[in-house]
Design a protein around this ligand. Sequence first.
Ligand code: IFM
Length: 440
Amino acid sequence: MIDQKLAADSPLRDPGFEFGVATSSFQIEGATGVDDRRPSIWDTFCREPGRILDGSNGDIACDHYHRFEDDLDMLAELGFRHYRLSLAWPRLMDINGRPNTKGLDFYRRLLEACHERQIVPNVTLYHWDLPADMRGGWLNRDTAYRFADYASAVAYRLGDLMPRIATLNEPWCSSILSYDIGAHAPGHANRAEALTAAHHLLLASGLGIQAMRAERSNASLGLVLNFESLVAATEDDQRARDLAHAERNRFWLDRLTQREPSSDLMAQGQVPERPGDAKIMAEPLDWLGVNYYTESQVMRADNRRGYDTFTKPGIEKTHIGWDIAPQGLTALLVEFDRDYDLPPIYITENGAACDDSVNATGDVNDDQRRLYFRDHLAAVESAMENGVDIQGYYAWSLMDNFEWAFGYSQRFGLVHVDYDTQLRTPKQSALDWQRFLASR
Ligand code: IFM
């Protein structure tokens, strides 16, 4: 089913094209209080009333910390040979900036277990679980330097097991969504803060790349950005749409390639730029990760952002309420390829939240997700036909997990998780993937 729209000679059918699944530490691991892990900003955020839709937290999640061997067996059984996961900074470094041996042992066992199963790990160092005791979080420039220390320590101690490393996942979320929109930890509502956080995150990424290159030159180093297709609601909203597109999408690529970001955007805050920062942020990447889920309509608004977004009536939506728009992925990839000099691209996340349940015969019929994958794979193929260098695709996510501010109310997994029993049940989409991967 998921390969129905691909050409018989599609590059996606080539065994050299990487297919994987993705997860992140806080969303699946649980075990937040073991082995000297420090609390993260998400542990504290979850405890603030009203922050998480179902009042839940990551204390147990999928209990992957204790079940990783079985989960990797399941991943291998489905036929995936690539796995994108993240490391938890609060497990790996202690409050004094020294490596935590217990955390290192856990990730060494996890990464070794990947290699034993011929699964290539693609490791993200920061997927939002910042140690809660980092003073000022991403508003503090020092956090960028602490991130580089962490990157260096991890590359030194686990580098032999990590052929591909990303510094950050979706810095838009860790800045705009966290410090301006306030939906993610730490939940602030301040435009200027968001732009400051964005600056420090990109600085952290550049410093982290430099530190890892100094430590270990043969890992392939990248950064994962999330993009959203944005459409002006009316002709009069074109300027607002351009502002939204500048913030959501182009700003990150502008900084990575030392181009001037949109002046309308930069006028919204005082960025704490110091001499040399621009060059550090543009430290060359070996690859770029692209996460894509949806498209939104944009209209001008008299608020601190200058615009609002909404979904379009009549367009099919996933359970989380996001419009399904595969054509937006192709258009963004083609635009970026035309306008920027970028390294090879991996689609590092793409997937759908559906209202899944296990039926009486033990199956999970997730047809919407199956079609979502079919249409987005075709969109990737189409971008490649237009000349975009795309080397791999990772489905989000291996299994249902803690969906941040939505708690456990949204299920993105290929594998269903019963949170009472921790029973895993592959959904029909997982079986599609299994058939497709076996056919290549
Ligand atoms: O679950 C998240 C993931 O952590 C980051 N990218 C988007 C996914 C779905 O919202």
